[in-house]
Design a protein around this ligand. Structure first.
Ligand SMILES: [Fe+2]
Length: 165
């Protein structure tokens, strides 16, 4: 398949994001189970709900564009999430694992922030200001989720420092 216009590239990148968000909703329950900190668990639980809503936004965007966003696998997110799974497998339960989970989760958020930043720009250039608005709402949520993780990391990391080896 050839992508020769910005409009086509825009659709392809939206499909990538659609896949990424679905992968995140599948991964989060496992991550929540592996997390010890109640504050961190709560942050992930609320982000899981937010992510489901972000998928609904993407469904709406697909409808507006008259295109299905299904059928693609975001390989980047797959890799980032498998690194997160590695942390859970390799690090014993407790504060140190939580610190590793936050580090992995912030990689997820930054990946998403980069992806949304690009498609918002494309949407604006292509005259889809309504779609750009919806995507911007999601970008703000990803930024807030990242900031929340930074905040929780202050407590978790300081406990991890003193965790017994
Ligand atoms: Fe998301």
């Amino acid at each position: 398949m050839s992508v020769d216009t910005l409009q086509k590239l825009f659709i392809e990148e939206l499909k990538d994001i659609y896949s990424a968000e679905h992968q995140i909703t599948r991964a989060l329950p496992k991550i929540i189970k592996a997390t010890s900190s109640e504050e961190l668990k709560a942050a992930f639980e609320s982000h899981l709900e937010e992510t489901k809503n972000q998928i609904e936004r993407l469904d709406k965007i697909g409808e507006t564009l008259g295109r299905s966003l299904k059928g693609k696998t975001c390989e980047g997110m797959k890799g980032v999430l498998s690194e997160g799974t590695e942390v859970i497998e390799e690090v014993e339960e407790g504060e140190v694992r939580d610190a590793g989970i936050i580090s992995a989760a912030q990689r997820v958020e930054h990946y998403e922030m980069a992806a949304y930043g690009a498609v918002i720009e494309f949407a604006n250039l292509l005259g889809h200001s309504d779609i750009a608005g919806l995507l911007s709402e999601t970008l703000q949520e990803e930024k807030a989720a990242d900031a929340k993780l930074t905040k929780v990391s202050k407590t978790v990391n300081s406990e991890a420092v003193t965790a017994s080896a």
